[in-house]
Design a protein around this ligand. Structure first.
Ligand SMILES: NC(=O)C1=CN([C@@H]2O[C@H](COP(=O)(O)OP(=O)(O)OC[C@H]3O[C@@H](n4cnc5c(N)ncnc54)[C@H](O)[C@@H]3O)[C@@H](O)[C@H]2O)C=CC1
Ligand SMILES: CC(C)CC(=O)C(=O)O
Ligand SMILES: [Mg+2]
Length: 357
């Protein structure tokens, strides 16, 4: 029997529409094989939404998202909107949809593809076999903390934000990290700055407490500065990294560079009720509109949707395997190209992936 899923499609800005088109083509290809039906409904977000409605997250978009089984989001932002105040920028639309849908956990897997070992700035011996996941807390921390602002104090301007975590926020993300580690190599690295920040001292205390229910999983604590260094020194030693919103944002981009390109990194943002699938990268304004963006991060995000929301893991594996085969055959978008490989554009890469499904 055909299974139908309502998918909210939010292409956003920059390369967003180009990579979203690619992901939908791949989903349509896989749907035939597994008797799935996707009903897509497109919504505005980010700069595109500001231009059309004045709001980076119009109510209509939120409604579409809440009425869907899953949301696919590409990326937001661009120079055109860079001078707007922080709370009116395209990025605010993304932050708001994460908060409104209570997507407290962002899963960002980083895997080294054998075919791409040349594309990493690190030595092959360091990279081969890297398989980690950054679990980033997504609806708390300094991106949402109050008070925040820019104001006049003592005759000069002052900018400030608040890094704040409630006990329950740390506990639920820690639990998820331990659960996920149980299905992997059973190791969690909790990353904080507990030598300086009270918010991190609490983070560490709650993660340690939560660990008492997961004694089969190894827990290590690491300061974020050291973690940034260890990620390039010995990336293979990491399995699950759990951390707050800001540190997770930064460390997951670093993981992207390790494994070849940000254009390869998918993610799933999940909560109790909703799920949103989005690449780790941004709107890449420097290459937007040229049809040359790497669609793989978006395509693999759609694969995560097949796994987590649609619960058709074999369809997800088909897409992942197709991506691997295409890379093994030497197809490369500009961001992962190296001498001796075939340079392709977004469309050609997408078609090659579909041929292997
Ligand atoms: N989730 C989102 O929507 C995010 C949005 N942004 C926004 O995106 C805009 C650009 O930000 P940047 O800091 O430049 O980060 P970015 O991730 O957009 O780009 C960084 C670099 O990676 C390259 N890149 C990223 N994705 C790629 C892909 N799929 N294929 C090939 N190359 C790719 C870009 O060309 C650029 O050189 C800003 O407005 C920023 O606020 C940034 C990060 C996340
Ligand atoms: C709101 C964003 C632009 C944050 C970001 O860089 C990300 O989620 O990766
Ligand atoms: Mg980021």
């Amino acid at each position: 029997m055909k299974r139908t899923f309502k998918i909210a499609v939010l292409p956003g800005d920059g390369i967003g529409p180009e990579i979203m088109e690619a992901a939908i083509e791949v989903l349509n290809a896989v749907s035939k094989k597994y008797d799935l039906q996707f009903e897509y409904k497109e919504g505005l977000i980010g700069g595109a939404a500001i231009d059309a409605t004045g709001d980076p997250l119009p109510d209509e978009t939120l409604k579409i998202a809440k009425e869907s089984d899953a949301v696919l989001l590409a990326a937001v932002g661009g120079e055109k909107w860079d001078n707007l105040p922080t709370d009116k920028r395209p990025e605010k639309g993304l932050l708001r949809i994460r908060k409104e849908l209570e997507l407290f956990a962002n899963l960002r897997p980083g895997k080294a593809y054998t075919a791409l070992l040349d594309s990493s700035p690190l030595k092959e011996t360091l990279i081969k076999g890297v398989d980690l996941v950054v679990i980033r807390e997504l609806t708390g921390g300094i991106y949402f903390g109050e008070p925040r602002g820019i104001e006049e104090r003592k005759g000069e301007k002052v900018g400030f934000n608040t890094m704040i975590y409630y006990e329950h926020e740390v506990k639920r993300i820690a639990k998820l990290a331990f659960e996920i580690a149980r299905g992997r190599k059973k190791k969690v690295t909790s990353v904080d700055k507990a030598n300086v920040l009270e918010v991190s001292a609490l983070w560490r205390e709650i993660v340690t407490e939560t660990h008492s229910d997961y004694q089969d999983v190894e827990l290590e604590h690491m300061y974020v500065d050291n973690c940034a260094m260890q990620l390039v020194r010995r990336p293979k030693d990491f399995d699950v990294i759990v951390t707050g919103n800001l540190f997770g944002d930064i460390l997951s981009d670093e993981a992207g560079a390790l494994t070849g390109s940000l254009g390869m990194l998918p993610s799933a943002s999940i909560g109790e009720r909703y799920a949103l699938y989005e690449p780790v990268h941004g709107s890449a304004p420097d290459i937007a509109g040229q049809g040359i963006a790497n669609p793989i991060a978006m395509i693999l995000s759609a694969a995560m949707m097949l796994d987590i929301t649609c619960k058709v893991p074999q369809a997800a594996r088909d897409i992942e395997n197709a991506v691997e085969k295409v890379l093994n055959e030497g197809y490369r978008t500009g961001d992962i190209w190296s001498p001796g490989t075939k340079k392709v554009n977004t469309k050609e890469m997408t078609e090659a992936i579909i041929e292997h499904i």
